[in-house]
Write a protein that binds this ligand. Sequence first.
Ligand code: FES
Length: 193
Amino acid sequence: MATTTGNAEGHDATVDGPENDGVRRRDFINIAAVSAAGVGGLLTLLPLISQMAPSADVLAESTTELDISTLEAGQSIKAVFRKQPVFVRHLTQREIDEANAVNVSSLRDPATLQERTLEGHENILVVMGVCTHLGCVPLGAAEGEPKGEFDGYFCPCHGSSYDTAARIRKGPAPLNLEVPPYEFSTDTTIVIG
Ligand code: FES
């Protein structure tokens, strides 16, 4: 028995029962086979990927050591910590003064520069180079990059501006750039992690 259906172009498409059922069934079997192959491929890939990735323990324990002996006031280092960018800046006196002049209670994510640095090393600011909005890498660490309205870091993705203490001052980012765990192993060497 034949059935008739209208298509989008206004033509009628006639579909015969037994013959076309066969064609349609074959099509379905082909599609199902391809889909199964795709899923199978994924399933075999996943264990491989998870074997290649470092375990959570290894990742958690990895550290980044940086020699900052040649880092002068006004200069920054862009490094990598646990596969993510990290910025180390030797703040100038002007940048320190600017950070300390801010009324902390007016900040979206209140914190003093002192709280975001280590005692005796308030001029060394270590922050993750990951915007707290959606994870872009902000500009401002490299020489010549725009630092934004508040003279720290600027995320061009959606316009978040951070100040000289890398605190969020404007734009959609909810939090300051994160300060990772770190310490000075010598006067001029820091170990992040
Ligand atoms: S990711 Fe930085 S402002 Fe959106």
